[in-house]
Design a protein around this ligand. Structure first.
Ligand code: DGL
Length: 270
């Protein structure tokens, strides 16, 4: 595998740009190819078989772009499709669940850990099983928060309505005395300030985008797959499956800076 090839990243839509942002931060010399399946978002309310099918089609598209590794930025896809993608495709495939689990166990003193995510992610129990496999005595409190993705996409991250909804979702977990909360969805890093207001200063927030980026760097380094040219800044090439117009505006919020105009593509069915 040629280490100068780009890293592929995919998500159901724009949310995975939070992961892209962190990967670009920790691996600034790498070229990144981003696919947002904006025509079929959201994945979080879909059935497991549909999520797996979409994840395979997304990965197949990235493989056609000749990527050296694939990052499954979408928590819902990581939760349901990772083992299948690892088997099906010939490049290393990284998800967000394991890095999030490892970071949460490191951050938690009491091992009372909360997880929030989409309906599909919580239904998969992927985070819970990952934690229990590494720490039998841990107590895990999981909550699906389906209202949060649309609120973030609307830009309502500081809106009082969002604060009320977060209180409703998180209060039962606070009663269980969790000391760590995994933000198990691409969109939740944008809610960190709002979540902090609800949980207070003593609960550690684990940003799965950040832990995933560091995990990818470590693993590519170990496999000697990092781009050897350290002189230039890598480019981020986005692809989307729906109209590109709205993407640019929302993407800036998730990425933190404007990105290249995206190409609209049609994904081949498997
Ligand atoms: N990207 C999805 C995730 O992280 C959230 C948006 C969706 O439901 O598709 O689970």
């Amino acid at each position: 595998m040629n280490p100068s090839l780009p890293i592929g990243i995919f998500d159901s839509g724009v949310g995975g740009l939070t992961v892209t942002r962190q990967i670009h931060r920790v691996l600034p010399n790498e070229d990144l190819v981003y696919l947002g399946d904006t025509a079929r978002v959201p994945y979080g309310s879909k059935s497991p078989s549909t999520v797996v099918r979409f994840a395979c089609e997304d990965t197949q598209f990235l493989m056609q772009q000749h990527v050296k590794a694939v990052v499954v930025a979408c928590n819902t896809c990581s939760a349901w499709a990772l083992p299948i993608l690892e088997k099906k495709f010939q490049v290393p495939v990284f998800g967000v669940i394991t890095p999030g689990v490892v970071a949460a166990l490191m951050a938690s003193k009491s091992k009372r850990i909360g997880i929030i995510g989409t309906n599909a992610t919580i239904r998969s129990k992927a985070y819970t099983s990952g934690i229990m496999a590494r720490c039998e005595t841990a107590k895990v409190f999981a909550k699906a928060c389906p209202l949060l993705v649309p609120l973030v996409e609307e830009g309502w991250t500081n809106h009082p309505v969002t604060q009320t909804i977060l209180k409703d979702y998180l209060t039962p977990m606070l009663r269980q005395k969790m000391d760590t909360l995994i933000l198990g969805c691409t969109h939740y890093p944008l809610l960190k300030t709002a979540i902090r207001k609800v949980v207070g200063p003593d609960v550690a927030l684990v940003d799965s985008a950040d832990s995933c980026a560091r995990y990818v760097r470590e693993h590519l380094e170990n496999r000697r797959m990092l781009n050897p040219s350290s002189k230039r800044t890598g480019v981020i090439q986005p692809f989307v499956t729906d109209e590109a117009d709205r993407f640019a505006e929302v993407a800036k919020r998730f990425l933190g800076y404007p990105c290249e105009p995206p190409w609209k593509v049609d994904l081949a069915p498997l």
